[in-house]
Design a protein around this ligand. Structure first.
Ligand SMILES: [Zn+2]
Length: 415
């Protein structure tokens, strides 16, 4: 057993911090937590001094694309590099994301099941993965890859089955196909987005209410949650009405205030992904920039309205098209858009764990949870940007195993 002593503890629940804490770990699990004086230590425990630092749960990104490396057509279609190099880049990104303090990632499309197997088999380091495999959308929708010249990108690769499905029967079959190739969660789209093709924008609908209901019901019957790309308009309304697990983006929610209340009543999470819109509004192709700039103000209002209605707003970056490893920029943006630092930390820990369906295992520093935790040289409650600073990340532990350990080696402490 080992014990981390002396840190200021943020347990992820939003409750009061504990100064001079002790967190006792038995190999992979947390067994006791509290003020140092209250935690009884077994003989021969390894004592690790983390005085003056902050201890908190490992971070969770509810919306990432670990296998994506850009928005240009050739990288999106995987044409510019050999497949082996693409995979090695993805492996690098997994380790990079874990090093940034992210002990769990929900991948929102593009990652085949092998990466999760590799992490679980200990072949390569990476966050715990909740995987969607590929995005489901109708013909002409988000997942239907067609170039400006009208070329369609064929999907004859069994690792990532085509995401295109139409009609009530079609979406049911597609959900079964995704589960067959290892999907832990079902990702689908009911609207276009900032990055979708010209002529198909954030408020353009994909799927009827009947199709969305059938898809959600099929996923539920197979024990899978759903995460729905829905930016605005009727498609967003259909997703909320059908009771999806989480609304991804939801930028135009504030235009229809009854939707926030419906989301709160149904326990639907909101993943606003501010980070990707920051990118789209400044760097992306002209039609993407225009869309992202247009929604900037209402997006912030949407988050605030949802939060006030009682919706759990969680951290998701939509990383992949623009950056990897700076996932905590999203947490900083949640604060900039109106969350308290305590809420923003919940959004990336306990609430996020609920959103991805792992709240019994991770998301808080409590007895019985897996020892997924961070030790920081700084206090994110007073300065949230500490979470982005790799040099302040003194310890990243996943399941009791240290991946990053920059703690000074001191004299063994008396127990
Ligand atoms: Zn995404």
């Amino acid at each position: 057993m080992k014990v981390l002593v002396g840190a200021k503890l943020i347990n992820g629940t939003g409750g009061p911090v504990v100064e001079d804490s002790a967190v006792l770990i038995d190999e992979t699990y947390i067994v006791a937590v509290g003020p140092r004086a209250s935690v009884e230590l077994p003989p021969d425990v390894e004592v690790i001094d983390v005085s003056g630092m902050t201890l908190m749960p490992g971070l969770i990104d509810c919306h990432d694309h670990l296998a994506s490396k850009g928005y240009d057509l050739s990288s999106r279609w995987g044409l510019n590099e050999p497949i082996s190099l693409q995979h090695l880049r993805t492996a690098y990104v997994m380790a990079q994301t874990l090093a940034a303090g992210y002990t769990c990632v929900r991948d929102a499309g593009g990652l085949d099941a092998g990466f999760k197997m590799a992490v679980e088999d200990g072949l390569y380091p990476g966050p715990r993965l909740v995987n969607s495999i590929n995005i489901i959308s109708p013909t002409g929708g988000l997942a239907d890859r067609v170039s400006g010249s009208g070329h369609s990108h064929s999907h004859d690769d069994p690792r990532l089955p085509s995401g295109i499905a139409d009609g009530v029967d079609g979406v049911r079959i597609k959900v079964r196909e995704m589960v067959r190739v290892g999907a832990d969660v079902i990702k689908f789209a009911t609207t276009g987005g900032a990055s979708s093709r010209p002529g198909h924008g954030p408020k353009d609908i994909e799927y009827t209410l009947e199709e969305v209901k059938a898809l959600v019901e099929e996923a539920r019957s197979l024990g899978r949650k759903t995460m729905c790309h829905a930016v605005g308009g009727q498609g967003l309304r259909n997703a909320v009405a059908a009771g999806v697990g989480s609304i991804e983006h939801g930028c135009y929610l504030a235009e229809e205030p009854d939707l926030s209340k419906m989301m709160a009543d149904k326990g639907i999470f909101l993943v606003p992904t501010f980070e990707v819109y920051e990118y789209h509004s400044t760097v992306s192709a002209p039609h993407m920039q225009a869309r992202a700039k247009e929604l900037l103000e209402v997006h912030q209002e949407s988050m605030q309205q949802a939060l006030a209605a009682g919706v759990k707003v969680v951290a998701g970056t939509d990383a992949g098209g623009f950056v990897h490893g700076d996932n905590a920029r999203e947490i900083e943006l949640l604060v900039a858009r109106g969350m308290s630092t305590t809420q923003a930390i919940q959004a990336a820990t306990s609430w996020a764990a609920e959103c991805v369906g792992l709240d019994r295992e991770i998301g808080t520093i409590e007895p019985g949870k897996l020892a997924d935790l961070l030790v920081l040289d700084g206090d994110p409650l007073s300065d949230i940007s500490v979470l982005r600073d790799q040099d302040k990340m003194m310890l990243v532990m996943k399941g009791g195993e240290a991946f990053i350990d920059l703690l000074p080696v001191g004299e063994p402490l008396p127990v």
